[in-house]
Design a protein around this ligand. Structure first.
Ligand SMILES: [Zn+2]
Length: 133
């Protein structure tokens, strides 16, 4: 078996390859968190890790090869187009005076399921919370 220098096992295809710095959370999901030139703050539950600015999100260079990162981009892009758009107020669902969510009447279940599976599974190996500064 030949192991390339600096190669690791990709968590998606399970091949030994040179891995890339892959976004743990797709970068576009950070856009709504940015306001007036202030970056989102990254919090960690790891002892000794203090909150820090995270302007374009966080990366992990131990999970994906370039081919798999490109492949899952299809689902990332779909989720971004579906979830980051401005929703019509007629789709809002309220609990008392509080708007709790928007009801999406039509979407591609398979693409969204695969995005959420990856988003909540392999890419999320730690608990991270973001907030506006
Ligand atoms: Zn791979």
């Amino acid at each position: 078996m030949i192991i390339l220098k600096n190669s690791m096992k990709c968590h998606l295809c399970c091949c030994e390859k040179q891995l890339i710095k892959a976004h743990v959370i797709p970068e576009k999901f950070f856009t709504p968190l940015r306001s007036e030139k202030k970056s989102p703050i990254l919090y960690s539950n790891t002892a000794g890790k203090y909150p820090k600015r995270s302007p374009i999100g966080i990366y992990d260079s131990t999970i994906l090869c370039p081919e798999c990162d490109n492949y899952i981009g299809i689902w990332d892009n779909y989720a971004q187009q579906l979830l980051l758009k401005e929703f019509d107020e007629s789709l809002a669902v309220y609990q008392g005076p509080d708007k709790v969510f928007y009801k999406i009447n039509s979407f591609d279940y398979e693409k969204l399921k695969l995005f959420l599976f990856l988003f909540c599974g392999e890419r999320q190996s730690r608990i991270i919370a973001f907030s506006k500064e």
